[in-house]
Ligand binder design. Structure first.
Ligand SMILES: Nc1ncnc2c1ncn2[C@@H]1O[C@H](COP(=O)(O)OP(=O)(O)OP(=O)(O)O)[C@@H](O)[C@H]1O
Ligand SMILES: [Mg+2]
Length: 267
């Protein structure tokens, strides 16, 4: 149930391009003319080959990087600085080793100079939602990689941001832990209906989690495919054998594969 989903775009990228200046004086065009709209409550995955500009795109949505051309807006307001509306979750959990789980979850509030006391209950609730009840006082070294990533998800959600931006959050986990987290995340988003942009290299992961999968072309990235995933929720493990799931994965793979063949080789 993603009851909060509406047709209103919460995130709008209009003709967004990004060029980087490199240390040897060249310009690298990472993203070229990407236009993308994400509706409120929608879960959109972005896939594309390594180096095509996915992280660059997420950082521009978060307001951490200005586009060279075009604009990013959240809720109709142009993003010009790090936005409070979105939180980024990275491939590595990036927890402070000297802080226990609860203290790590509360850290972003502390860094903003906010009183963390009123959020302690919410932090404990998030730990429970992330299936970590009982581990509140444990330190990162006492948690598995999957558990650490659950803590980092809870930390991103502590002050209920409108948008969750995730950059290959399960990329460094083993296959079984990854599947477990995928299904927990799919269940969780079905309940809360949070707007999310999720970067992954895994085609099945993208299809399983998403309302839409966006395939980016090799650098400079443009939108190659924008595919609506028409599989009802809740999604259970049985989805792996659903024809719609298999067909969607195939369409995404074809889109990625075709472009790989067309990629000009460096001479
Ligand atoms: N700070 C930077 N300065 C110069 N070039 C950069 C910088 N950051 C990224 N790039 C270049 O921009 C391109 C896109 O990088 P980006 O990290 O967005 O790709 P990605 O799709 O996230 O890759 P991956 O899947 O490997 O994480 C790459 O060619 C990269 O070398
Ligand atoms: Mg990246």
């Amino acid at each position: 149930m993603t009851g909060a989903r509406t047709s209103e775009p919460l995130i709008s990228l209009e003709g967004v391009s990004k060029s980087y200046g490199t240390s040897d004086g060249r310009a690298v065009e990472a993203v070229a003319e990407v236009s993308l709209r994400v509706r409120r409550g929608e879960f959109v995955s972005i896939v594309g080959r390594s180096g095509c500009g996915k992280t660059t795109l997420l950082r521009m949505i978060a307001g951490l990087l200005p586009p060279t051309k075009g604009s990013v807006a959240i809720g109709g307001r142009t993003v010009t600085s790090p936005t409070n509306e979105a939180r980024l979750v990275y491939q590595k959990p990036l927890l402070m080793p000297w802080r226990n789980s609860l203290e790590n979850i509360l850290l972003p509030l502390e860094l903003k100079g906010r009183d963390t006391k009123p959020y302690e209950k919410r932090a404990a609730e998030l730990m429970a939602e992330m299936k970590l009840a009982g581990f509140e006082r444990m330190y990162p070294k006492e948690l598995s990689g999957g558990m650490q990533q659950r803590v980092s998800l809870a930390r991103a959600l502590i002050d209920d941001p409108q948008i969750l931006l995730m950059d290959e959050p399960f990329g460094s986990l083993d296959e079984l832990t990854r599947e477990e987290l995928e299904f927990d995340l799919v269940q969780w988003i079905e309940v809360v209906g949070k707007t999310a942009v999720f970067v992954t290299h895994s085609v099945p992961e993208a299809v399983l989690l998403s309302d839409r999968v966006v395939v980016l072309s090799p650098r400079p990235s443009t939108v190659e495919l924008d595919l609506e995933i028409d599989i009802p929720r809740p999604r259970h493990p049985s989805v792996w054998s659903d024809k719609r799931f298999v067909d969607a994965c195939q369409a995404v793979r074809t889109s990625l594969g075709m472009k790989l063949h067309e990629e000009p080789r460096d001479s």
